[in-house]
Structures are given as C-alpha cells and as structure tokens.
Design a protein around this ligand. Structure first.
Ligand SMILES: [Zn+2]
Length: 211
C-alpha cells in the first residue's frame, strides 16, 4: 500500500476510461515526480474546465459558458444557416465532431450521452431521451414542413438497440405528424463500428444512404 494521498490519486485515475491499476500507478508516480509543471497545468485545466464548461440547452454539446445563465445555445444551434428541422442523434460529442468534418451535413444534432445497454435496465434514464422527445414534439407542432430525425448511433449491438428504442418512443409523434421522418444511417458502416472512428468516405456513404 502506498501513502494515502498517492493511493487516493491512483484510485481516482482508475476511474478514467482505459486506465487500469498499473497505468494509474505509473501516472500517479509520474505526476508526483513531475518537475516540469505538468501536474500543476492539469490541476489548473481541470479547475477551469469545471467552472467554464456547460452544455448546450438544445443539443447537449459542451460549450464555454459566457454568462451565468444556464440556457445557452452552442454555435451550431445558434447558426441560422443550419437546418433546425434536421436532427442527427449521436451517442457522444466525438461522433458529432466526426460528422461535422464531412461538410455535407447542414442540420443540427442531439447528443444522447451514451447508449442503451441491454444488460442495464437503468441505462435509458441516463440518456437525453426525454429532451429529444420534447424537442421533436415542439418542432413538429410548430412546423408543417418536413422534419427529419437521423438516428446516427454506431452499428454496435448497443447502438442498434438505442436506435430501435428511439424509433419506438418517437413513433407516436410520427403517427400524428406525417411530416416527421425517422431515418437511420445506411449500412455503409461495418458491423460493430463506432461512428467516432468511421472514416469520411464511409460516413458520407452512410449519411447519403440513410433510410
Ligand atoms: Zn447545440
């Protein structure tokens, strides 16, 4: 057992994705012996991030908070050249960034904040599903032009379960409002692929061939 403050840092680091106890121990000792100010920079960045980063009130993308007001919109949601009647539903922010690289998508996004795990009955509650339903409902009620929700989850088992689940919860809206379309990315994505790692050609094809 290491002295308590070191052990606490090791334990905290093991909560990071992809970090096991051995790597956590290595990192902790690196930070302990650090002479270049890396540890101070990290501590400072973490503090700044917690204070100045919030989430977009519409799509849940992270944004820099300019005021104390909590209902801020991100640059994409505020951009009037973007098609607010098209919403790509993605698992996480990295997926949004990957779609943004294409420059062929001009709609908006909705970040779920994860996927539904068939083994975890509580997982739907942790996603921004209620907010998605409300957003789509609001849009279809105020609008009679075509509205499209593109389910852009990964082609993993969880991504698929999540897309099916969303289709089901939005289907009552679709029945009432025929101008609402729910589509899924085409099968250009290979099985088990996460959107975050898909290359541009694959992603463009998947987007073009949505159904
Ligand atoms: Zn936004």
């Amino acid at each position: 057992m290491y002295p308590k403050p070191i052990q606490e840092l090791i334990d905290a680091l093991t909560h990071l994705p992809g970090i096991g106890p051995r790597q956590a121990t290595r990192l902790a000792f690196f930070l302990l012996k650090d002479r270049q100010g890396v540890a101070d920079d990290i501590a400072e960045s973490l503090r700044t991030m917690r204070e100045h980063i919030g989430e977009c009130a519409q799509c849940w993308r992270s944004l820099e908070l300019y005021t104390k007001e909590d209902k801020q919109l991100c640059a994409i949601c505020k951009d009037e050249r973007r098609d607010a009647r098209q919403i790509a539903v993605v698992e996480k922010e990295a997926d949004l960034h990957n779609l943004e690289k294409l420059a062929t998508y001009h709609g908006t996004y909705h970040i779920l904040g994860g996927v539904i795990s068939p083994l975890d009955a509580d997982s739907p509650k942790r996603l921004h599903l209620r907010a998605l339903y409300n957003r789509v409902e609001d849009l279809v009620q105020k609008n009679d032009k075509p509205i499209e929700v593109i389910l852009a989850t990964g082609s993993t088992a969880e991504g698929d379960t999540t897309a099916t689940y969303i289709e089901r919860i939005l289907s009552p809206l679709k029945e009432k409002h025929p101008h609402l379309t729910i589509s899924r990315l085409g099968r250009g994505l290979s099985l088990g692929a996460e959107l975050e790692y898909a290359d541009e050609v694959t992603l463009t094809n998947a987007l073009t061939n949505r159904k």
